[in-house]
Design a protein around this ligand. Structure first.
Ligand code: HDE
Length: 762
């Protein structure tokens, strides 16, 4: 009482309660909000209504439409103006002295237009430069208020608007999508207690354990500095040089060489928060947590040969897929799943949960579904939203806190810092896509691009002239978890040092776990990827060091890669610490892509129906309609645009040509129903190549028996011996009308990898 009475200026500032060098608790009531303010007021209520964004969003709509709405510009029915709003009479001609005379400096309209144009580019992100974004919402589906007080989990059914950006890491802004790379999976939650950014990847581990090495690993994978090659590729000397000298990357490299690094779609890949985070509940109790996003459509990838060709046929493959799926109403949906555990549990494990090169196997701590995320709206303006969105790992809200993972700690510095260069100053939070839906009040003023018009003369705290406002939120605000560091260091008090915990030195146990948990075809793909990458590496010693590293992961894998590179098996790389003899989990089926086949839906899958003169129009129409009903995107693909004549004399429109939409852009195909059309195609090299690639890339094929000759002409003469090719559906021509359903079931299987041989059959 006496203390607060003696501090008239700002009774909410704890530092003012320091007595004798000790921080004493603030007096009762000191942190309370002023009487005239509803301390529980939030900008979005649990019922999805909001005074601030005014959306009164009904379930299924995106409450974030509101705040962005007032920034949208629609020039329909409007005249061109200058940036000062002056109507422009002529936007075609500069001002000159006579038709053939010099242009006049006076032409402010020309100068404004050109000057703006000259400055239209901003620096691209130093990593993750190429990305694609989408709006949506997160919905809490399970009550976890016992674990966290974070706003998105306040109530089952609560929806929080999100913006998501998927990205590749190494390539530049204009590089191709289907490259071998990690994918960024960054989610910005616009919660009523401020923005929470969960800036994850589609791979749950990372190359390095300490932020100190991040500039090095990025320099190594980016195009080499002397000639700026190769673009968006890790298949070069500097990358593998770094990897082979950084054995902590062994686990990550296994993931990166797996099919995870060539996803079929952003809609068919998982996302991971990677680091161990902390949940904090209302009582201030902490639980360690790992975040997982799981796509309902399952996890599916491309074939490497296919990916290479896609990059030529459609460099925007993933961007287009996401865009078209959302435009078509096939909204991508992911479950948010968590693994939670205590410090005490984690301390028992053979790996350190602060080490970002380690996972917590699902067999050790099962996943628990707590919410779902639906992406239901494409951005209006790529630059304004997808390019200018600024994710920062340090954007957390009450209920979420960090751990001491040294990679995460470094990220918490880097993201805010990088935006200042990229977005031109410290006010990037005012850019509409970054602006919180929650209100922002503080005394951070001025700087480039300030948009606010702050009222009053007070821009400091503590103050009395503005009644102490804005005041400290106290118990309502974010306060860091009071972690007791000494308790972790049983033996000694911590000293300043540059070092790692002991368990960080085990680089191979989980690399082995990952490889051992892959299906044979996935293991084959890893070997093939390593062979490809290392063949591109020119320095023998680098190749040898990588194979030496592989020997510590799997002798069979090392032997295969060495054989394929035509080199002798080197000695294994010395290990900093022996792998764990009896790890908690030795094989984790959950690590295989096959573990998540999806829910059987084929939403926005692209299916080619090959057509030529003489095809059975009714059969085609029936399969086409069945595919449309299933949410897929069928296309009549022919040799040229126009129409083909069906066997019954009708005209069937060709929607796209093989030249413009080659095989790799389709997930499956139906060969032409009608021997005549099949025979014509068998004489067309492009059509043959189409069928060959559908087959080589293990895609489901609906083969009318009458068109089997086209398959043969394409070189598919020997079918897998045991007949075990679920991707080949032969149907008698008179039964095609009912074949759609079975075809859809085969498409949902994604690929018939059984077909893959070395060398490929066709
Ligand atoms: Fe990032 N990372 N990163 N990163 N990262 C950036 O921030 C960084 C790491 C991730 O779509 C940059 O805004 C450091 C792990 C994504 O806009 C930069 C370290 C994971 C995105 C940066 C890491 C990520 C980024 C570049 C090691 C997975 C794209 C531009 C300590 C959990 C976000 C930018 C978007 C972007 C730094 C490691 C994910 C420079 C220092 C681990 C998804 O700040």
């Amino acid at each position: 009482e006496a203390l607060s009475a003696s501090l008239p200026h700002n009774p909410t500032k704890p530092a003012e309660y320091v007595q004798g060098g000790q921080v004493t608790p603030a007096p009762e009531g000191a942190h309370a909000a002023p009487d005239n303010l509803d301390a529980t007021a939030s900008t979005i209520s649990e019922d999805n209504t909001s005074d601030k964004n005014g959306s009164k969003a009904t379930p299924g709509t995106n409450p974030n439409n509101g705040p962005l709405q007032r920034h949208r510009i629609d020039s329909g029915g409007r005249a061109i103006t200058t940036n000062q709003g002056v109507p422009v009479a002529d936007n075609q001609h500069s001002l000159r002295l006579g038709e053939r005379g010099p242009t006049l400096l006076e032409d402010f309209i020309l100068r404004e237009k050109i000057t703006h144009f000259d400055h239209e580019r901003i620096p691209e992100r130093v990593v993750h430069a190429r990305g694609s974004g989408a709006h949506g919402y997160f919905e809490c589906t399970e009550d976890i208020t016992a674990l966290t007080k974070a706003a998105p989990f306040a109530k089952v059914g609560k929806r929080t608007p999100v913006f998501v950006r998927f990205s590749t890491v190494a390539g530049e802004r204009g590089s191709a999508d289907a490259v071998r790379d990690v994918r960024g999976f960054a989610v910005k939650f616009y919660t009523d207690e401020g923005n929470w950014d969960l800036v994850g990847n589609n791979i749950p581990v990372f190359f390095i354990q300490d932020a100190m090495k991040f500039p090095d690993v990025v320099h190594a994978v980016k195009p080499e500095p002397h000639h700026q090659m190769p673009q968006a590729s890790s298949a070069h000397d500097t990358f593998w040089d770094f990897i082979s000298l950084s054995p902590e990357s062994a686990h990550m490299v296994m993931w990166q060489m797996s099919d995870r690094a060539i996803p079929r779609s952003y809609r068919t890949m998982q996302g991971f928060g990677v680091h161990t985070f902390r949940f904090i509940n209302a009582e201030g109790a902490a639980t360690l947590v790992k975040f997982h996003w799981t796509p309902l459509l399952g996890t599916h990838s491309l074939d490497w040969d296919e990916a290479v060709k896609i990059n030529g046929a459609d460099p925007d493959f993933h961007r287009r897929d996401l865009w078209e799926a959302i435009e078509g109403g096939a909204f991508p949906e992911y479950l948010l799943q968590i693994q939670t555990f205590t410090e005490e549990q984690a301390a028992q494990w053979s790996f350190d949960v602060l080490d970002a090169t380690k996972i917590v196997p699902e067999e050790l701590v099962p996943l628990r579904t707590v919410g779902r995320m639906v992406l239901d709206r494409n951005p209006d303006y790529f630059f304004g939203e997808t390019e200018q969105v600024a994710f920062c790992t340090q954007h957390v809200v009450p209920g979420i806190d960090f751990t001491n993972d040294p990679l995460l700690q470094g990220r918490n510095f880097s993201y805010l810092d990088t935006q200042i260069t990229r977005l031109g100053g410290p006010n990037f939070h005012l850019i509409p896509i970054n602006a919180p839906v929650a209100e922002v009040h503080n005394n951070q003023r001025d700087g480039f691009h300030q948009h606010g018009i702050f009222r009053g003369r007070v821009n400091y705290e503590p103050n009395s002239l503005a009644g102490g406002c804005p005041f400290q939120a106290g118990a309502r605000g974010f306060s860091s978890f009071a972690e007791r560091l000494l308790a972790q260091q049983a033996t000694a008090e911590p000293t300043k040092l540059r070092a790692k915990p002991e368990k960080f030195a085990d680089h191979y146990t989980q690399a082995r776990l990952f490889y051992a948990s892959q299906t044979p075809v996935e293991q084959y793909h890893i070997a093939r990827a390593l062979r490809f990458e290392l063949t591109r590496v020119q320095t023998q010693a680098v190749r040898a060091r990588v194979v030496a590293m592989l020997r510590n992961i799997d002798e069979g894998l090392a032997a295969t890669v060495a054989r394929d590179l035509g080199m002798a098996l080197p000695e294994p790389l010395p290990m900093a610490r022996a792998p764990v003899e009896a790890p908690e989990v030795a094989v984790s089926p959950a690590l295989s892509l096959a573990a998540r086949p999806g829910d059987g839906r084929i939403l926005a899958r692209r299916i080619a129906l090959l057509v030529g003169d003489g095809v059975d129009g009714a059969a085609l129409e029936s399969v086409y309609q069945a595919l449309v009903q299933a949410g897929a995107v069928p296309r009549y693909v022919g040799a040229r645009l126009g129409v083909v004549q069906t066997s019954s004399g009708d005209a069937l429109p060709v929607e796209v040509t093989i030249e413009a939409a080659p095989s790799v852009l389709f997930d499956a195909a139906m060969l032409p129903p009608g021997a005549g059309a099949a025979a014509t195609m068998a004489a067309d090299g492009l059509a043959l190549e189409f069928v060959q690639q559908q087959y080589r890339h293990c895609k489901p094929l609906l083969v009318p028996i009458g068109a089997a000759l086209l398959l043969e002409a394409a070189g598919v003469t020997t079918l897998p011996e045991d007949g075990g090719d679920p991707g080949l559906l032969f149907v008698p021509d008179d039964q095609l009308a009912g074949a759609g359903e079975e075809f859809i079931r085969r498409i949902a299987l994604h690929r018939a990898w059984q077909r893959q041989t070395e060398p490929p059959l066709v």
